[in-house]
Design a protein around this ligand. Sequence first.
Ligand code: SF4
Length: 243
Amino acid sequence: MTEPQPQLRVLADEAAARFAALEADPAHAGHLGRVELSREVLRWAEETFGQELTVASSMGDEVLLELIAQSAPSLDVFFLDTGYHFPETLATRDHYAERLHLRTVLPLLTVAEQDAEFGPRLHDRDPDRCCAMRKVDPLNFAVQGRRAWVTGMRRVDAPTRTDITLVGWDEKRSMVKINPIAAWDDEDVDRFAFEEDVHLNPLREQGYPSIGCAPCTRPVAPGDDPRAGRWAGKNKTECGLHT
Ligand code: SF4
């Protein structure tokens, strides 16, 4: 049964405190401890919310998808197909669609319809508006009727993400927001990917550590800020899904 929003908020706060304590426990220090805690978060989320839980995947969070396939394969997963993705990202989606309950969510307008209404290359002129129509609105549609959603965000992704918790509260959507791999660093990702033979988006080997829409994503040089290739040259660092 769905809790009224205040009870859901209390549930989120209690879970946040419990998982923060587990994270601080030396038993969960180190790579294997962090991986086990991520699995525990996913199992708790699946048991607590069942069909009222969904997972947002950008297909640049392959380790999260592998964890779900191993630990909570019945979860609903969705991919926002903005119409601007690299073919490699769509192929990655097709790969995981064979192992997960994965749905593709589309914007209201096709790219051609958006071009006709707002002019071509809106992403160059007004990326916030483009992201709002092609990412934020479809995400809000995709999470409708759910009480909780899962993301692949990590604290090391960006300066805007350093304080994310394993379990938190999405104020804007009045939902529980769950970030199972929040604590993973890049070494955790690389090691898990190697040890578990994770299927990776091929763009990773072409200099794309952070993968978004093709017009707004550039490869970066080794050692550079991984997100430097996102909206390069623009005063924008987030698509609006998490802000
Ligand atoms: S990332 Fe770029 S192309 Fe994709 S929705 Fe945002 S502005 Fe548009």
